[in-house]
Design a binder for this molecule. Sequence first.
Ligand SMILES: Cc1cc2nc3c(=O)[nH]c(=O)nc-3n(C[C@H](O)[C@H](O)[C@H](O)COP(=O)(O)OP(=O)(O)OC[C@H]3O[C@@H](n4cnc5c(N)ncnc54)[C@H](O)[C@@H]3O)c2cc1C
Length: 309
Amino acid sequence: MMRTMLLKLSQNSSLREAFSKYRFAQRAARRFIAGEELSEAIAAVRELNTHHILATLDHLGENTTNEREAITAADEYLAILDAIARTKVQSEVSLKLTQMGLDIGYELCLQNMRRILERARAHQNFVCIDMESSAYTDRTLDLYERLRREGFDNVGPVIQAYLRRSERDLERLIEWGVRVRLCKGAYQEPPTMAFSRKRDVDANYIKLLEMLFGPRAQEKGVYPAIATHDEKIIRWAIDYTQQHKISKERFEFQMLYGIRRDLQLQLAREGYRVRIYVSYGTHWYPYFMRRLAERPANVLFLVKNLIKG
Ligand SMILES: Cc1cc2nc3c(=O)[nH]c(=O)nc-3n(C[C@H](O)[C@H](O)[C@H](O)COP(=O)(O)OP(=O)(O)OC[C@H]3O[C@@H](n4cnc5c(N)ncnc54)[C@H](O)[C@@H]3O)c2cc1C
């Protein structure tokens, strides 16, 4: 119930306006975001890199409502890619298509993506397209395939294990030799679209991972990113890859900035590729609310910040 309520609130624009101004909320959000400025995010990536941990930089923002905003959002990504190249930090980028104008128009979004992918290509970098709610799944996968057909191979999508359709989507993506992030899914979805019980989501996650490590996927050069903080799943992946002699270079683990730092460091020490999703910017409200929804105990953390004044 708490999850549902927090996810509903994450889409409330009046609350976003009010909440974003409170200092206690800003302080609490800082646990999950690297700062408001690109320079702060680059510093956070540099620190991760010293521990042999990679990053993917995310400039917070979603559901832009006009063309200018979408073009500005794409420009920010060009600046991020330039900054990564200039500072030589080890990082890729992650973005959302609604940030690039998908709600306004497919063509606008496509044009913004082409600009970003061309810049990423010039810097030999990679762009991951985050997956948003199920209202966008078809358009996101369609746009991914369109970009691949246009010759961009430095782009990858995300698959959400809670969606019932994901097995079908993955079958298709495997044929593209996709570089794909597998996560559980962070949005509010109806039971017709998504598994609602954690054990069903987890079982589907394992099923999809088996597909990603299966012979067809390996033959096609699929590169999976196992994006979860769930230790059981992580241990399952480690055991599976060891038993099937899949080397550590053929996949990576991904986690979110500010969550399970201990586990991030431990995996890196064990010689696994670990990549952290580092978010920055001022539009942190929906991202922060999704982090609260994932773990109700985080609400206590917010309350503690309120009490601190
Ligand atoms: C790198 C990365 C990228 C992602 N990209 C997307 C995306 O594009 N689209 C999308 O829908 N979702 C995305 N997600 C979010 C994902 O779908 C889940 O909502 C999120 O990862 C929590 O699920 P879990 O896999 O960690 O497992 P859970 O079963 O939810 O959690 C396992 C354990 O992890 C820890 N944990 C999990 N979440 C939190 C938290 N918020 N605060 C503190 N501890 C926590 C707890 O110890 C918990 O017991 C991404 C996640 C990661 C790691």
